[in-house]
Write a protein that binds this ligand. Structure first.
Ligand code: FAD
Length: 385
């Protein structure tokens, strides 16, 4: 089989990481092909909250990449016909120890633009918040939310229409030796390759990926519908539990006291890696999660006890009587204990990019820019020597 080409860049994987690299290369005028084994998007990138999170990301490169990626989302979403469901984040907390973490966060460089709300002001912003107990809230203006299951296909279609990116679907990449990329539908020719395989650690560069000691993480997710029409959330909502998971808070000294209290009071939640994120869709339903279970091969089962614990936290934070769970799913992403992402460099013209944390929707666009700039400068250096 022959494909239009040759290409400057082949991207393996049409999740958000692959699309981010296609965007960055396409904007530089490169001819790009994106190859994915699935017929339609099916990985972590459409199973997530679509929550582009800035506040709470680890201080340093992750937070900076989240800021940059948020700006890119805001720029391209209207052009690509992607609806921004809401903006901002409200971290509503029930414990004074959690409020102290929020106050400490607000005093850091990352707290710029954020403010502490007293409980009355928090409820005025988000009327569905339970006011008792409510020790206060952090309001962050930085976040935005997209409906990933629509946004990812729209982003791919827009890349195809506006930047001429070619998509080869239902096509597994078996071997990468630029300029030859061997696929289940024949050979694709491209000068450079970025491999963005998500949590597939075995098909391409298995030995190199194994050296990073990765594992996988399974998450429970639900769609929750209010029984009676409720006021729009208007922002993402998180709670005390998020402050010991998200590193931007969890690495503050004040979080240690909160963690001890949560271990005593919500030990089951912590044991299942549960924290609360609630975001809203255009039809008023909420995407609610999540949990974190790790393993080399995570099991396919979704025990109801985990969902019940997530809903227990949801009900402690939001007052939506008789809410109904209308959909449940799990998602899986790559995980590492020592890094949030990795860029491996098998050769001057190849990069392997894996987000090893739950931050891909929030940081991929910035990572794509960095990797593409480095790849094309080192590939051209390599060609000259
Ligand atoms: C439930 C859940 C909630 C999350 N919430 C958030 C959030 O709120 N905010 C946030 O920032 N992040 C969140 N994340 C993390 C984020 O979704 C991931 O970091 C991101 O989607 C990873 O993108 P990816 O492109 O690497 O992976 P994927 O979306 O899994 O895409 C990888 C693609 O590569 C393809 N592929 C692999 N190998 C080959 C091959 N050899 N040939 C052809 N195709 C191949 C696969 O078919 C797949 O389509 C969440 C993740 C999950 C699962």
């Amino acid at each position: 089989m022959s494909f239009a080409g040759p290409f400057d860049l082949a991207v393996v994987g049409a999740g958000i990481v692959g699309l981010a690299h296609a965007l960055a290369a396409g904007r530089r005028g490169k001819r790009v092909v994106v190859i994915d084994r699935d017929a339609t998007a099916n990985g972590a990138s459409i199973r997530n909250f679509g929550f582009v999170t800035v506040t709470g990301q680890q201080a340093g490169p992750c937070w900076q990449r989240a800021m940059r990626s948020r700006d890119i989302w805001a720029d391209i979403a209207p052009k690509a016909g992607i609806r921004i469901e809401h903006t901002g984040l409200c971290v509503a907390v029930r414990r004074p120890a959690a409020r102290r973490v929020l106050e400490a966060f607000a005093a850091t460089e990352m707290g710029q633009g954020c403010r502490i709300l007293e409980s009355g002001a928090a409820v005025a912003k988000i009327p569905s918040l339970r006011s008792d107990p409510l020790a206060g809230a952090l309001w962050s203006p930085h976040e935005l939310r997209v409906e990933s299951r629509d946004a990812i296909p729209r982003l791919a279609a827009w890349l195809e229409e506006t930047l001429g990116v070619t998509f080869l679907r239902s096509t597994l990449v078996k071997d990468v030796r630029p300029p030859m990329i061997e696929t289940t539908r024949g050979t694709v020719h491209a000068d450079c390759v970025v491999v963005c395989p998500g949590h597939d650690f075995l098909t391409l560069y298995p030995e190199r990926i194994a050296a990073f000691g990765l594992t996988t993480c399974k998450l429970h997710m639900m769609r929750v519908r209010p029984a009676v029409p409720a006021p729009a959330l208007g922002a993402a909502v998180m709670s005390d539990l998020g402050l010991v998971r998200y590193l931007g808070y969890a690495e503050l000294p004040e979080a240690a006291v909160l963690k001890q209290q949560l271990l005593a009071e919500q030990g089951q939640h912590l044991a299942h890696g549960i924290h609360l994120i609630a975001v809203q869709s255009a039809d008023g339903s909420l995407v609610v999660g999540d949990s974190h279970h790790y393993g080399e091969t995570v099991d396919p089962f979704a025990p109801s006890v985990v969902d019940d614990l997530i809903l227990d936290e949801f009900d402690a934070v939001l007052d939506m009587p008789d809410r109904v769970v209308s959909e449940r799913w799990t998602g899986t992403y790559a995980s590492a204990s020592d890094r949030l992402m990795l860029v491996d460099r098998p050769s001057d013209s190849v990069r392997v990019v894996i987000i090893t944390s739950g931050t891909g929707a929030s940081t991929s666009f910035a990572i794509g820019e960095e990797v593409i700039a480095d790849l094309f400068s080192s590939a051209s250096q390599g060609a000259k020597t």
